[in-house]
Ligand binder design. Structure first.
Ligand code: ATP
Ligand code: MG
Length: 418
């Protein structure tokens, strides 16, 4: 038996193939097939927690300790070798952090299938990085993490190709399909020739007409809400005095607020001292007090959960109220869908360009594509859907379960095809 393992930036899922059909395994709380890709390290040691338990542990501890998310997005980063997490692990390499999640997932899955499965096919984005060296580093790291998690045989498959295999099981004739997977960290695409007659071929390389991807995912949409609508609450508009000069708030500090995992790094001594200096010298103390509360009380995760919820609401509603009230940080922002679309427009443009570019490099025109299969949580954003319908027409769009098709397709993959 072999697992198909989709270690996502936001969510992780596992599937197996049995009797030519695919089963997604109930590895999560209440037998859910999905776990959030998160680890929580309690402040004073104690057992680390994974997935939904990590969120619960973090909130129950009064947000003391370190909650790590989007670990996958560090994979191509040469400079991020590891971090001090305290407790059982002390210092942990990036591979170790990922292996902790993968071994948790393996344990849940092994318990469900009733055997120790030693073979895995794990997903990777179409492009970890445009720099081939970083791309290779990221893939080597994920393979290494899978070995550390106890898998003996590890294969890698591109996530959009996996999604194509899942879609292929549901069609009755041959199609040239454009597959798009819009996740939390990346948007990945492939154009493939699919059909029931192709399923049993062991070498599918001639069916792959193109693969590409872009480092744009749901996290970027969250960051844009923070950047455009919320950083004013934390001092982006203040000035502070340095000797006899008035200076603006440093941009890099505000940029760090836009990725909540980075907010925890702002607790270092240098930043703390600088923020104290801001409090003494700024022309408006109130936002700096909020900034201090955000950093010192580890409120980044809660704030980003609120942001993410507002984003989700905007997929179905035309406007939403982004309301946050903790430790003196009171935020009330009404965001309409057109405003959201305006402030995230650069992401949509990048996605659209990558799709156009893939058509060009594959030598295909949009009208030569028979179907467009779309998956991943970010595909719920109406502006993302609009890029697709504008290019391919609404009639060609096909959907499945946005959160499990990659794992299912990985389980259905033969390992010699990328
Ligand atoms: N209704 C919704 N509207 C908008 N975005 C949504 C919705 N539901 C989920 N998302 C977003 O989808 C993203 C997660 O999707 P998914 O689980 O497919 O990503 P992933 O597989 O973990 O990431 P990746 O494939 O990039 O590594 C998150 O950014 C989440 O906020
Ligand atoms: Mg994904």
């Amino acid at each position: 038996m072999r697992y198909g393992l989709d270690f996502g930036t936001t969510n992780t899922t596992v599937a197996i193939e049995r009797d030519n059909t695919c089963e997604v395994l109930p590895i999560g709380a209440n037998r859910r097939p999905i776990i959030p890709s998160l680890i929580f390290f309690p402040e004073f040691g104690g057992e680390l927690m994974i997935g939904q338990n990590a969120i619960d542990g973090y909130l129950n501890s009064g947000m003391n300790g370190r909650l790590m998310q989007s670990i996958k997005s560090f994979l191509p980063d040469k400079n991020f070798k590891g971090t001090t997490v305290g407790g059982q692990l002390g210092y942990a390499t990036l591979e170790k952090l990922i292996s902790v999640i993968l071994s948790f997932v393996k344990k849940q899955a092994d318990a469900y299938v009733g055997e120790q499965v030693s073979e895995v096919i794990i997903g990777r984005p179409a492009l970890f990085s445009p720099d081939p060296e970083r791309d290779a580093l990221a893939e080597a790291r994920i393979v290494n993490a899978a070995h550390q998690a106890g898998f003996e045989e590890v294969y890698v498959q591109k996530e959009p190709i996996a999604a194509a295999f899942e879609y292929e099981r549901r069609i009755s004739g041959e199609e040239i399909a454009f597959i798009a997977d819009f996740g939390g960290g990346t948007s990945d695409f492939t154009i493939m020739r699919l059909g029931p007659d192709h399923v049993d071929k062991t070498d599918r390389s001639s069916d792959i007409l193109g693969v590409d991807g872009v480092y744009v995912g749901g996290n970027n949409f969250d960051s844009s809400i923070m950047w455009r609508r919320l950083i004013k609450y934390f001092g982006s508009e203040i000035e502070y005095k340095d000797w006899d000069k008035w200076l603006p708030m440093p941009r890099h500090l505000m940029q760090d607020l836009c990725r909540w995992q980075r907010i925890t790094f702002l607790k270092d001594r240098k930043t703390r001292e600088f923020v104290k200096h801001l409090l003494r010298t700024s022309n408006d103390a109130e936002p700096i007090e909020r900034l201090i509360a955000l950093i010192e009380e580890n409120l980044g995760f809660s704030l980003f959960q609120t942001i993410e919820k507002a984003k989700h609401n905007l997929s179905s509603d035309m406007d939403t109220q982004l309301a946050f009230n903790q430790s003196g940080i009171v935020i009330n922002e009404c965001i309409s869908r057109p405003e959201f679309e305006e402030l995230t427009n650069t992401h949509i443009t990048k996605i659209g360009s990558c799709i156009d570019q893939l058509l060009v490099t594959s030598g295909l025109a949009a009208d030569q594509i028979d179907s467009f299969f779309v998956t991943g949580g970010t595909s719920y954003i109406p502006a993302v859907q609009k890029v697709l319908t504008d290019t391919f027409g609404a009639m060609k769009i096909r959907t499945g379960d946005a959160f499990i098709s990659v794992a299912a397709g990985l389980a259905l993959s033969r390992h010699n095809i990328i």
